[in-house]
Design a binder for this molecule. Structure first.
Ligand SMILES: *[C@@H]1O[C@H](CO)[C@@H](O)[C@H](O)[C@H]1NC(C)=O
Ligand SMILES: *[C@@H]1O[C@H](CO)[C@@H](O)[C@H](O)[C@H]1NC(C)=O
Ligand SMILES: *[C@@H]1O[C@H](CO)[C@@H](O)[C@H](O)[C@H]1NC(C)=O
Ligand SMILES: *[C@@H]1O[C@H](CO)[C@@H](O)[C@H](O)[C@H]1NC(C)=O
Ligand SMILES: *[C@@H]1O[C@H](CO)[C@@H](O)[C@H](O)[C@H]1NC(C)=O
Ligand SMILES: *[C@@H]1O[C@H](CO)[C@@H](O)[C@H](O)[C@H]1NC(C)=O
Ligand SMILES: *[C@@H]1O[C@H](CO)[C@@H](O)[C@H](O)[C@H]1NC(C)=O
Ligand SMILES: *[C@@H]1O[C@H](CO)[C@@H](O)[C@H](O)[C@H]1NC(C)=O
Ligand SMILES: *[C@@H]1O[C@H](CO)[C@@H](O)[C@H](O)[C@H]1NC(C)=O
Length: 504
């Protein structure tokens, strides 16, 4: 009798695992930034905030080391360009090489890696397919088996643009041009007992679909709703989630588990991207998730989610616009930008602040105001923005209303801070147009930041500030006419990259 009950218990447990009864609210920590918090500080920050899962953009050794023996569940991604890196791709099949080096070794040292994401958004509209995903996926899964790592679940991350634009979830389906490849992937996910990981960006989706902004929030305040048969949609999240549910159904996988790989709200860089709106979005969203509401087509269910992101990333590519670099719940130095209760209980609280981050001296680089040669001024402005992040100057952003002098000053300062207030190599030279100041030049809502000391300076970890030779930002190649300071920076980074491998 007892025995029979224990089997029932086991069965329930298994079912529970399959349907994510122990749902979680995790956080995505992307590190495409010139300055980054120290990994051990981040681990501490998450633990203090009660966050139990972390997702990383790459298996950077120094970050994994900090997660060693921690109680956090770890999800690591292998990005498209990672797999494209020469070390691995001289032989695409050298998957055994990186499974060994980047997964087995950390796992043996006690890094709790649970999930491996192979390729991020490979079927997005903005990507060209380089690898046959099937090959990479199968090879990886079989290598995980060889190394006794089958407990690591393997999946691929997809964004909303793998779906057609539709006016109702019942019409949803995967895009025609990727249908075959998606079906192949789904077959692999199923075979590997894996799940579908989905990235959602409500502020972006309401724009694409021309829905009112209220529909992006989850507090049921939108007078615009979408009725689809017996289902009513009051927000973009449930709409898009159910579009995926229906698409999976049509593909023959009605029960495939869906995990949200990234969801969040930016605080700058476009209209509606403000800390107030971010606070409002997260409040509604986290409440919805923690109350296990599910969606109209999958009601009363747990949904595992990763919030995006922990901090801003000033080197992230801008395919979806300037706000992409302002998705942090925390700013660079680890203070929260707005109130958020990670437990979803809706308490009116700020989360715990990162402890121990060290700011650089209160020193700014500004424009000296010499407008005699505007060609030169514009050239230097461009230069500064090319190698730093000027997205806060873009329309509807926190610094979009500056006058010319402040505009140039902002750019100069961003460059100066990005290069760690580099003095001896002329970090504030700008062909004679730069001037150092200890008076904070911030104007109104537009903050001129002072950066933190970078991770590698504090803990000796690996952090590559710039991608040179591989252009993620769709931006700018080095031109020979640019000033020596840029060449110096380029050379130092090339040297660093050579020294440290290719990790971010
Ligand atoms: C495969 O990767 C391993 C681990 O980095 C490396 O030692 C080995 O040389 C690589 N093999 C080939 C054929 O590239
Ligand atoms: C990828 O490779 C698999 C097996 O090697 C093959 O069946 C499939 O058709 C290929 N897919 C594409 C899109 O080339
Ligand atoms: C995997 O486990 C088996 C059985 O425990 C063992 O013989 C084998 O050496 C392990 N392989 C690796 C790569 O650790
Ligand atoms: C959906 O609509 C947006 C905006 O019109 C467009 O950019 C995007 O390509 C469309 N997506 C698909 C899958 O057709
Ligand atoms: C949302 O608001 C509408 C009308 O304002 C109401 O009928 C509905 O019950 C609300 N839904 C929830 C889940 O609170
Ligand atoms: C609810 O929506 C109305 C417009 O429909 C808006 O004016 C109001 O600010 C919204 N409420 C909240 C809490 O944001
Ligand atoms: C203005 O600056 C540009 C670029 O630095 C330079 O080529 C040009 O000669 C300058 N013009 C004058 C009048 O100094
Ligand atoms: C530009 O704005 C700054 C900050 O508000 C102000 O100090 C400065 O006088 C302005 N310059 C001009 C030329 O208007
Ligand atoms: C400030 O810089 C931004 C971005 O470079 C530009 O679009 C804008 O026109 C500039 N504003 C002024 C007043 O020069």
């Amino acid at each position: 009798m007892e025995r029979r009950w224990s089997w029932v218990a086991v069965l329930l447990l298994l079912l529970g695992a399959a349907y994510g009864v122990d749902g979680f609210i995790g956080i995505h920590w992307g590190r495409f930034a010139t300055q980054s918090l120290v990994p051990s500080m981040v681990v501490d920050l998450l633990l203090q905030n009660g966050i139990k899962e972390i997702k990383l953009s790459s298996p950077s050794p120094n970050v994994l080391e900090a997660l060693q023996s921690s109680s956090l569940g770890v999800t690591v991604a292998l990005q498209n360009d990672f797999i494209r890196r020469p070390k691995w791709t001289s032989n695409v099949k050298n998957i055994s090489g990186w499974v060994n080096e980047l997964l087995l070794e950390p796992v043996q040292r006690g890094v709790p890696i649970k999930t491996l994401i192979i390729l991020e958004e490979p079927l997005s509209l903005s990507r060209t397919q380089v690898w046959n995903m099937t090959d990479v996926f199968e090879e990886t899964v079989s290598n995980l088996q060889i190394y006794n790592l089958s407990h690591i679940r393997t999946t691929t991350i997809h964004s909303t643009d793998v779906l057609k634009n539709v006016s109702k979830p019942s019409e949803a389906d995967f895009r025609d041009d990727i249908k075959d490849r998606m079906l192949q992937s789904l077959k692999l996910f199923k075979k590997a007992n894996s799940f579908f990981m989905f990235n959602l960006l409500p502020i972006f989706s309401v724009k694409v679909n021309k829905w009112p902004i209220e529909f992006a929030f989850m507090d049921n305040n939108s007078s615009f709703t979408i009725v689809d048969g017996k289902y009513t949609y009051t927000n973009a999240f449930e709409f898009l989630f159910d579009c995926l549910v229906v698409s999976l159904q049509k593909a023959g996988y009605p029960d495939m588990e869906i995990v949200i790989g990234e969801i969040g709200w930016p605080t700058d860089g476009e209209k509606h991207a403000t800390p107030e709106n971010a606070e409002r979005f997260y409040r509604g969203f986290l409440k919805h998730i923690s109350e296990k509401k599910g969606t109209p087509r999958r009601p009363n269910r747990n949904i595992d989610v990763f919030l995006s992101s922990l901090t801003d990333e000033n080197k992230v590519p801008l395919q979806l616009g300037p706000s992409q670099r302002h998705r942090g719940i925390y700013n660079f130095e680890g203070t929260p930008k707005f109130k958020i209760d990670f437990t979803g209980k809706g308490r009116d609280i700020f989360p715990v602040t990162a402890k121990g981050s060290v700011k650089m001296p209160s020193r700014w680089c500004v424009f000296n105001g010499d407008t005699a040669n505007m060609t030169k001024v514009n050239e230097q402005l461009q230069l500064a923005c090319t190698f730093s992040d000027c997205t806060s100057l873009s329309p509807s952003s926190s610094c979009s209303n500056l006058n010319l002098t402040s505009n140039v000053s902002y750019a100069f300062n961003m460059f100066y801070q990005t290069s760690n207030q580099d003095q001896k190599n002329g970090g504030c030279y700008f062909a004679g147009l730069g001037a150092l100041t200890t008076l904070n030049p911030s104007v109104g809502t537009c903050e001129f930041p002072v950066e933190i000391l970078t991770a590698e300076k504090v803990d000796g970890g690996i952090q590559i500030p710039f991608y040179i030779g591989y252009d993620r930002s769709g931006g700018h190649a080095l031109r020979s006419s640019q000033t020596p300071q840029v060449l110096f920076i380029a050379l130092s980074f090339l040297y660093l990259i050579k020294q440290l491998g290719y990790f971010v």
